[in-house]
Design a protein around this ligand. Structure first.
Ligand code: GLC
Length: 464
C-alpha cells in the first residue's frame, strides 16, 4: 500500500519534470485562494477570536528522549534533540520503538484544558523530525507503523475535544529532517534543511497528501504551520498550500507560518496584503501593542521547552500565566499555552497544577476574557483592561487590577465615556464610580478579591 503510494509520488515527480523539462517546481500553477467578503471572514474567524485561550501540545518520539541522548543531557529545546545532538536518522528512529504511551488519556487531556478555561487544543501532528502522530499512508514514519503503540493518537483526542466542547486543531511542520527530499547542510546540522530541487514537487505533494489525511481523519479547525524558514520554501508554496486547504475545507483557519509572513513582520494577506495566512504568531512574547489590524495569537512555553525535558524545572508561576492571558487579551490577541507530555503520555504534574489555578481564576473571571476586545484606554498603570460593546451601545470595560491601591481609590484615565455602573466580577458587589477631573474614580473595597488579578466591570455611556 505504502510502497505503492511512494511509487505514485515518484512517478508524479518524474512526470512533472518531463512536462517542464526538469523544472519540476513550475509544474503546478498556484490555485486561487477562495474569495471572501469581510463579513464572511469575520464569520470564519468568529469562534477563534472569541476563544482567547488555547492549549498547545508538543508530543512526539522526542518526548521519549526527554532531553537526554545516550545518558547525557542535551542543551536546547526538547523537540529539537535530533538536530541539537546531531543524531543520524537511523539512530533517531530507535526512539519510536520506545514510544508506547500507556498513560495516554485523551479524555483527561481534554478535561485539563477545559478546566483551565481553554477553548481549543493545537497538537503537533508532525514536528521537524517528520514523525507523524496520525496514520499516514504515504510514510512508515508514523505512530501506526513505527511504534509498538500502533494506533493513531490524534483521532481519539479530536473526538474527546468535540465531546467536551473544545475546538481541535493541529500543528504541522514544513521543514522535515526525515524526508529524503531534504538533507543536512555541510555543517551536518538539520536546520535549516536544504532540498534536492528535483524532489521539491514530490515533497509538496507529500505534504498535501498528509494534510488531506489529517482533515479526513480528525478534521482540525486550525492548521498551525511551522518550519517555514528554509530558503527553498517560498511564499508561492505557502499560497499553494493555503489555497489547497481552504478549497478542501473553506471554514479552515490557517496561521501565517504557512507562508513567509513571519519574515514579513507578521504582515498577513487579506487580498490587499503581501503575505498569506489568517493570523500572526508571535512566539514566546506578547507584543507591547499587539499586532494592530490583524488577528494574532502568542504561543508560549510554561517552562523553557515545548517538547518534554525531564530536567527543565523553570516553570512560570500561575500568577504569571493568569496575567499573560489577561495581557494578551488586553491587546486583542489569543494566548496559546504549551504543555509537553512525557513519552508515556502524561502531562507533567507541574503543568497540571498551574493550569488548575488558572482555571479557578477563569471560572470566576472568564467573562472578562472570552469574546472581549483590546483596551481602549491610553494607559493602565494599575494593570490591564479588556472591553466589550453591548447590544444597547454600552461600552463595558473590564479593569484587571494587578496593583490593588492601598488608598482604596482607583483612578481610570482617558475612559471614552461617562460611568453608568461598576461592580466586582468576583461577587457582583457594586463599586461606586464617579467622574472626577476628566478621569473616573472608583471606590474599591479594602481587600483585593484575587492577588493575581481582581476584575471590575465598568459600564460606560459611550458613543461607538
Ligand atoms: C519554533 C520551534 C518549534 C516550536 C515552535 C512553536 O518554531 O522551532 O520547535 O514548535 O517554535 O511556535
Amino acid at each position: 500500500m505504502k510502497s505503492q503510494a511512494r511509487f505514485g509520488a515518484l512517478f508524479l515527480a518524474a512526470w512533472c519534470s518531463l512536462l517542464t523539462g526538469g523544472r519540476a517546481e513550475e509544474a503546478v500553477s498556484p490555485p486561487a485562494i477562495p474569495k471572501e467578503t469581510p463579513e464572511q471572514r469575520d464569520a470564519r474567524m468568529q469562534w477563534w477570536r472569541e476563544a482567547r485561550f488555547g492549549m498547545f501540545i508538543h508530543w512526539g518520539v522526542y518526548s521519549v528522549a526527554g532531553g537526554e541522548w545516550k545518558g547525557q543531557p542535551v542543551r536546547g529545546i526538547g523537540e529539537w534533540i535530533m538536530n541539537s545532538a546531531n543524531i543520524p536518522i537511523e539512530e533517531y528512529q530507535t526512539l519510536a520503538t520506545k514510544f508506547h504511551p500507556v498513560k495516554y488519556n485523551p479524555a483527561e487531556w481534554a478535561r485539563i484544558a477545559k478546566d483551565a478555561g481553554m477553548r481549543y487544543i493545537v497538537i503537533t501532528s508532525k514536528h521537524h523530525d517528520g514523525f507523524c502522530l496520525f496514520e499516514s499512508k504515504v510514510t512508515d514514519w508514523d505512530v501506526v507503523d513505527a511504534t509498538p503503540w500502533g494506533k493513531d493518537l490524534l483521532k481519539p483526542l479530536a473526538d474527546e475535544c468535540r465531546k467536551q466542547g473544545l475546538h481541535f486543531c493541529t500543528y504541522y511542520s514544513i521543514m522535515d529532517w526525515h524526508h529524503p527530499a531534504q538533507y543536512r547542510g555541510n555543517d551536518r546540522a538539520y536546520n535549516p534543511t536544504r532540498i534536492h530541487p528535483e524532489r521539491k514537487r514530490e515533497y509538496i505533494e507529500y505534504m498535501k497528501a498528509q494534510l488531506r489525511e489529517l482533515l479526513e481523519s480528525c478534521n482540525p479547525e486550525v492548521l498551525w504551520f511551522d518550519g517555514e524558514w528554509p530558503d527553498w520554501y517560498t511564499e508561492a508554496d505557502g499560497r499553494e498550500i493555503y489555497a489547497y486547504l481552504r478549497q478542501l475545507k473553506p471554514e479552515l483557519i490557517i496561521n501565517n507560518r504557512v507562508g513567509k509572513g513571519r519574515e514579513g513582520m507578521e504582515g498577513l494577506s487579506r487580498e490587499d496584503r503581501e503575505y498569506v495566512g489568517d493570523f500572526g504568531t508571535p512566539e514566546q512574547q506578547i507584543p507591547a501593542n499587539g499586532l494592530p489590524g490583524v488577528d494574532w495569537e502568542s504561543c508560549m512555553t510554561m517552562n523553557d521547552t515545548w517538547g518534554y525535558k525531564q530536567d527543565d524545572h523553570n516553570w512560570k508561576s500561575a500568577e504569571t500565566l493568569i496575567r499573560n492571558v489577561i495581557d494578551t487579551a488586553s491587546k486583542g490577541g489569543n494566548y496559546l499555552l504549551n504543555v509537553g507530555p512525557t513519552g508515556e503520555g502524561e502531562i507533567p504534574a507541574a503543568s497540571v497544577e498551574r493550569l488548575a489555578v488558572v482555571g479557578r481564576w477563569m471560572k470566576v473571571n472568564g467573562e472578562s476574557i472570552y469574546g472581549t476586545q483590546a483596551s481602549p484606554l491610553p494607559s493602565t498603570p494599575w494593570g490591564r483592561c479588556t472591553s466589550q460593546r453591548l447590544g444597547d451601545g454600552t461600552l463595558r470595560l473590564y479593569l484587571h487590577v494587578f496593583q490593588w491601591p492601598e488608598s482604596g481609590r482607583l483612578t481610570v484615565e482617558g475612559a471614552p465615556g461617562r460611568p453608568k455602573a461598576a461592580a466586582l466580577v468576583a461577587d457582583g458587589s457594586a463599586v461606586p464610580a464617579k467622574p472626577e477631573g476628566g478621569a473616573i474614580v472608583l471606590d474599591l473595597p479594602q481587600k483585593a478579591p484575587d492577588s493575581a488579578a481582581s476584575v471590575i466591570r465598568l459600564d460606560l455611556d459611550a458613543n461607538p
